[in-house]
Write a new protein. Sequence first.
Length: 350
Amino acid sequence: MRKKILDILRCIQCSASDWDLEILHENHEEVREGKLRCRSCHRICDISSGILNVLGDALPEEISLEKEHAESLGYLVTESGEKYLINQETIDRFRGLFLSLPAGNGSRFFKSGGSFSNQAGNAERFFKTLESLQLTGKERVLEVGASFGWGSWRFAQRGCEVIAVDITNYLLASNLYIEEDGSYFERVMADMNKLPFKNECCDLIFSHSAIHHCKNLERLFSEFYRLLRPGGRAVALHECAFGVFETKSGKALQHAIQEGFNENAYTLSEWKKGARRGGFEDVRLHFFSFIDDYVTRKRMKKSSLSLKLRLAQWIQSHPCIHDVVYWLTIPPRILFRPKAWMLIATKSQR
Ligand SMILES: [Zn+2]
């Protein structure tokens, strides 16, 4: 944590922004160990391994359960079935894997069924989204549900001032990225429903596969609205969404819920409604091309040139036909399974 973040921090208990900082250890980069005390309500937040923890003990039960489950889960599973919790030892041991996120290093961890298969499968869309945001490098970006921090690192590499927020200790991995090339970003353990920052302090709130864990979309988007400057954007990528006719009794979803994760199956119209009710005037959905996705996936797997792949590549090279196929896939995606989509909510300029 750098002292500069105190300019935008707000106490989650009393909303004051007046702090006493006790530094126990700092290096050339940041405060590594210490305590932050609110002068108004005396609430104390720890700083450990450079990460500011504002969670405290009074977390809503569903959030503390989710944190507990995520941290006690053997996230990394090796070929021989050995499971590793996310902690400093695991991060040091599998350093190369973490640094290669999201696309991966080609190892089995990133292939279907592997520990990082989700990240690898979504990598291309993440980078496409990063490009499409047309960042100037002057933005302050808040990434909610930042997990290991590889997304925040990519924003920081583009010059943005970035704060990675997560409820889990997965943020410990973020030190690897900062050490790798010096692209610094803040890491804050906080609940995305109650963020410890002042009003209108950031330009972009980004999340991938994270905010569907919230129980109340309207409340969450209204918190995002509070934090964004006029003209600021909230971008939600790879969120779980269900089709209008889709049942919510699927095995994967039920299994995740039983494990203790707050998996919520919102439909696309519930997503839009949540953002609008949260205050956003302009809410748009973007669907990624299935054809592009298919070709990328096959390329990543180094699959042989099958007839299907040849056809997909042919469609890709004919933009008019690609457009027609693209639009034809939208209604079934809304009705049955809205895969590969993104929500962009913009706060009006006033
Ligand atoms: Zn306070």
